[in-house]
Write a new protein. Sequence first.
Length: 81
Amino acid sequence: MSDAHTSHTHQEQAALKLAKMAGQIESFFAHYPEEKAIASIAEHINKFWSKKMRQDFMAAYEKNQSALTDLVGKALPQIRH
């Protein structure tokens, strides 16, 4: 296995872990009205995730949100990177 393949796999795993974490945040705010939940998800990520985490998350999912839960996908435009 080449280093490039190993690194790519690691990046994919890291992106999936961030998506899972974002989904857990969504679960916490799921009982809120939709617009409040979306804003709350973005606010939580902006406040508690490092800039690197946010950048990696946006790089992985900004153009293809299919792996994200609905509210997390809708929160993307409000996440700083």
